[in-house]
Design a protein. Structure first.
Length: 123
């Protein structure tokens, strides 16, 4: 009886290890990927400039559902000047607590009142 229980436990552990190897850890925070901005791929594309220093606009692209904590990744919040959602529904969380949702395949420019992003979520 003990031998059957031990074999069962080892089999279950092996199955769990295999599943984690194939599927990876399930975490929306780790799922978002910074990718090269390749035209026509449907990635989320963001033009932003930091709320502090250094000055200057950056352009970044992201793929796969999950969240990006802008403050943790960049060390500060960022002013979003433009967003192209590509094949993604996106929510930007402003540092003042507001949430702005953008449907897929939209291109939005904020010429006078950019969003001060603390977090961005790809749905």
């Amino acid at each position: 009886m003990q031998k059957k229980k031990l074999i069962s436990t080892i089999s279950l552990a092996g199955a769990a290890a295999t599943a984690l190897t194939l599927l990876g850890p399930v975490s929306s925070a780790s799922a978002v990927s910074n990718v090269p901005c390749t035209p026509g791929q449907g990635y989320l594309k963001i033009w932003d400039h930091p709320s502090g220093f250094p000055a200057g606009t950056t352009v970044e692209c992201y793929a796969v559902a999950g969240s990006i904590n802008w403050v943790r990744v960049h060390g500060q919040s960022a002013w979003v000047d433009r967003i192209q959602t590509g094949n993604n529904d996106v929510v930007i969380y402003d540092c003042n607590g507001a949430q702005d949702r953008f449907d897929r395949w939209t291109d939005t420019i904020f010429p006078n009142r950019p969003i001060n992003a603390c977090q961005i979520t790809i749905l």
